[in-house]
Ligand binder design. Structure first.
Ligand code: PEP
Ligand code: MG
Length: 598
């Protein structure tokens, strides 16, 4: 199926953050700035009235947001923390007190003074070299916008009266907006701003609504009632599609539906090659709530539980307690049992950052105090998490995984601390799995080189290709300017994976791969041929990866691998793989759009 050409101007490309294809009518939501902002100086006598006016607007905003929080749809209740963050921002002295102070000292009207506070906060955020923090400026702006609307008496457009199925197009959407909507009528979300970790993305995924964000100026290009195609797989938007394009996307929609129902019916079958080699296929998880969908997609356990999010969620409220962590891990282990859960200790730093921990301001956070380095420097936090994991290990099958290990001395230090924590639990007669398996992530080139040595000290390896590619090829994984160089098929990466697997086999330990490569259908044949024992991936990819494994033989995969390892460039590898996979999966376009497994 080739994509019929359409006028380039009608086609916009954004960031696909929630999958699905829809064709429908636009509902433009005016969430852009308050258009006319009155700025004037006030007299001494007017100061107290102006302060009162600002405080009243603050209090009305708070009431509105609390009421929206109450109305939040059940599926996104777990994200109420975002509204809490916005409520906290409103009460932050940098907004409330500093605006009042500006009104008093500079005699500015309330709107102007508030704008000044927001500008100061923006400057502060911009100095922080951290994507997560920088995205939070949207929360500040959202809150300020609501206060401004209350100050100016402009009614916020109500989203509660959407009475037909529409595609919501907005500058940005917050959980408060989503709470107001009848989400059953929303076909898709499309926004000017935002990235993969934006609120729109998080909400859309939780509600299973297709979404494309980061289109920059889509709100200026559309009007209410306009016909639009949203492709939540490729990030493409088509405005006023012609008949050919509508038919093209309808066929794509249909094929996708067929594929989904077909493949999900068989996703519980084991990932066994036709000549009898079985790989464990597991899910990567960020939040406990994702565990049931993961199992429904055929996950045979959790291969990577990223534990940062409980720490990020509690921003501003201090660190989570040992009890909170224990309960989260225990529940996870109980739900997943008898299958195993691999819990990775904190991987904060890099692009994941909490204001409750002193991690800010590093010049080069990816090479800084990240993950295990941070934990070894902060043994109190590390021990608390280890205690929580060990206690939870009495309630299911848990494995421990340590991120960003670069040398043997770190492994020895980790094991020493682990022994201390175990000893302490023993003394207090607290139950835990004494023989808990201990593994390390292999995601730094030095760990690849030392894999044969490390293998003598741990029970398993998990290869983190997301970081391994970043560190081996010197490509910042979050930098869009070098994203085209981020290449899993680079022969250097394939050799590194092979070296790690060989070291693991010689030492007789299991080796998994849990980077994005695990869920990429174009990589499967290589990973099977290399001899990985386990692949762990985002839950949506599990059915297709299992299906591909069931269609190939280990013998073929090894023969392919032998040929591939002779190739000298990523391009040659990709070309070979695409040709090789064509009979097995349909590749609709060069982006790799997989529809049917034959
Ligand atoms: C990886 O680096 O491949 C990985 C799985 O971990 P994260 O993406 O959390 O860094
Ligand atoms: Mg990593």
């Amino acid at each position: 199926m080739t994509n019929p050409r359409s006028e380039e101007g009608n086609r916009l490309k954004g960031i696909a953050v929630s999958p699905g294809i829809v064709i429908g009518k636009v509902r433009l939501v005016d969430r852009s700035r308050v258009k006319i902002l009155y700025q004037y100086l006030i007299s001494d006598e007017q100061v107290s009235r102006e302060v009162k006016r600002f405080k009243k607007a603050l209090s009305s905003t708070r009431k509105q947001m609390l009421s929206l929080k109450k109305k939040m749809p059940a599926q996104i209740k777990d994200h109420a923390f975002i509204l809490d963050t916005q409520l906290m921002i409103m009460d932050d002295p940098k907004i409330s007190e500093s605006t009042v102070e500006t009104i008093r000292s500079e005699k500015m009207n309330a709107e102007w003074a508030l704008k000044k506070s927001v500008q100061e906060i923006r400057q502060l955020f911009e100095q922080m070299d951290n994507g997560y923090i920088q995205e939070r400026i949207h929360d500040v702006e959202y809150v300020a916008e609501r206060i401004l609307r209350n100050l100016s008496g402009i009614e916020q457009e109500s989203l509660s009266e959407i009475n037909e199925r529409v595609i919501i197009v907005a500058h940005d959407l917050s959980p408060a907006d989503t709470s107001e909507m009848n989400t059953g009528r929303v076909m898709a979300f499309v926004t000017d701003v935002g990235g993969p970790t934006s609120h729109t993305a998080i909400m859309a995924q939780a509600l299973e609504i297709p979404a494309v964000v980061g289109l920059e100026s889509v709100t200026k290009r559309v009007r209410d009632g306009m016909l639009m195609v949203v492709d939540g797989h490729t990030g493409e938007i088509v405005l006023e599609p012609d008949d050919d394009l509508i038919i093209f996307y309808q066929e794509k929609q249909l094929a996708l539906e067929e594929y989904r129902t077909g493949i999900e019916r068989i996703s519980h079958l084991p990932a066994e090659t036709v000549d009898g080699h079985t790989l464990a296929v597991k899910a990567n998880l960020e939040l406990l709530e994702e565990v049931v969908p993961a199992r429904d997609h055929g996950a045979e356990g959790i291969g990577l539980y990223r534990t940062e999010f409980l720490f990020l969620r509690s921003q501003g409220k201090g660190l989570p307690t040992e009890r909170e962590l224990y309960e989260d891990y225990k529940e996870l282990a109980e739900i997943v049992a008898p299958d195993p859960v691999t819990i990775r200790t904190l991987d904060l730093g890099g692009d994941k950052f909490s204001s409750d921990l002193s991690l800010a301001g590093e010049m080069n956070p990816a090479l800084g105090l990240r993950a295990i380095r941070f934990c070894l420097k902060e043994p109190k936090i590390f021990k608390m998490q280890l205690r929580a994991i060990l206690r939870a290990s009495a309630h299911g099958s848990i494995r421990l995984l340590f991120p960003m290990v670069s040398g043997l001395s770190e492994i020895l230090e980790i094991k020493k601390i682990l022994r201390e924590v175990k000893r302490d639990l023993n003394k207090k007669e607290i139950r835990f799995a004494r023989n808990i398996k201990v593994g390390i992530m292999i995601e730094i080139p030095s760990a690849v080189t030392m894999a044969d040595v490390f293998a003598k000290h741990v029970d398993f390896f998990s290869i983190g290709t997301n970081d391994l590619i970043q560190y081996a090829l010197a490509i910042d994984r979050g930098n869009e300017h070098v994203a085209h160089l981020y290449e899993p098929f680079h022969p250097a990466i394939l050799r590194m994976i092979q070296q790690v697997v060989t070291a693991a086999k010689i030492a007789g330990i299991k080796v998994a791969l849990c980077g994005e490569m695990a869920g990429d259908p174009l990589c499967t044949i290589i990973l099977v041929g290399i001899g990985l024992d386990e692949l762990s991936m985002n839950a949506q990819s599990i059915p297709i990866i299992k299906q591909i494994i069931r269609t190939i033989s280990m013998k073929e995969a090894q023969a392919d691998l032998e040929h591939i390892m002779q190739l000298e460039t990523a391009r040659e590898v990709r070309k070979y793989i695409v040709k090789r996979m064509r009979p097995l999966i349909s590749i609709l376009d060069q982006k790799g759009y997989y529809i049917r497994v034959s």
